[in-house]
Design a binder for this molecule. Structure first.
Ligand SMILES: [Ca+2]
Length: 276
């Protein structure tokens, strides 16, 4: 397999130019226990803002697109590490809440990149008095580009160090079911495109119920992503999905703060609240 980095590596000048024009930062989106509202963790999302918008003329592409650009320029490791370091520094400053985990997105292709150094994240954590057990790596869809043996190695690489591992965007890509069988992750994140409309689509709700049962039997945690309506939230609780994330649950914020989820629970019918 050809390695894009070996060709693109000399374009490190692109990265320097990028860093001069762009401010990188991170935001935190809560993941809650849908029944009680207790936050079990926060997904850390990378963001980028053009420093001089007039010069740029247009908004920067979203994080996923930016990662693709960085990959094509041979700078995936640099971008991932920058966001990850920012995340860890921000978490360390906040004094992490007890029992709360931080979910970091990882593009599995970084492990194949020449600039990648094993154990770096752990070193940064140690420097800040944090431990791997407080963190979960979400393997993104880009992992489909790697073969399964390599993905299994990625999972082992992280779980051997004590990190949790989640498969991200389950249901969005064709490789997900196969990946699920072979990777044996700690956690599944159900893609928003599967979740949206679960309240009024019997086909969809049957699939979610089956996955919730699967998660229950295997001891895997299941998080529904992209919860945006009360009807879908109500349906998810009814289907046995215990954890969730989305604009209705809590919006991304500059700091990891518990969302006002009580108000959302209050909006759910009282009989259902009692049964949940
Ligand atoms: Ca994610």
């Amino acid at each position: 397999m050809t390695n894009a980095f070996s060709v693109a590596r000399p374009t490190g000048a692109w990265w320097e130019g990028f860093r001069q024009r762009v401010r990188l930062h991170v935001v935190f989106q809560p993941i809650v226990d849908l029944g009680s509202g207790a936050p079990i963790g926060y997904e850390v999302l990378g963001r980028a803002t053009a420093l001089d918008r007039s010069e740029d003329g247009a908004d920067l592409p979203g994080p996923a697109h930016l990662l693709e650009v960085a990959y094509s320029r041979g700078c995936l490791v640099e971008l991932e590490q920058s966001w990850r370091t920012l995340a860890i520094e921000t978490i360390a400053r906040q004094r992490p809440q007890h029992g709360v985990r931080y979910f970091l997105n990882v593009d599995p292709r970084v492990l194949e990149a020449p600039g990648f150094r094993s154990g770096l994240t752990r070193e940064i954590l140690t420097r800040h008095g944090l431990i791997p057990e407080q963190f979960v790596f979400e393997l993104t869809e880009a992992g489909a580009a790697l073969d399964t043996a390599k993905l299994v190695a990625v999972v082992r690489h992280y779980s051997d160090q004590g990190f949790g591992v989640a498969i991200d965007d389950v249901g969005a890509g064709y490789a997900s079911l196969r990946a699920l069988l072979q990777l044996r992750p700690n956690l599944l994140k159900l893609d928003r495109r599967v979740v949206a409309g679960v309240s009024h689509d019997g086909f969809r709700s049957a699939l979610v119920r089956a996955l919730a049962e699967f998660a229950d039997r295997t001891g895997i945690e299941l998080v529904a992503e992209g919860i945006e309506t009360l009807a879908d939230l109500r349906a998810l609780i009814d289907l046995g999905v215990s954890l969730g994330q989305g604009y209705l649950v809590g919006r991304p914020a500059a700091r990891p703060v518990p969302p006002p989820y009580d108000r959302v629970l209050d909006a759910i019918d009282a009989p259902l609240k009692a049964s949940a």
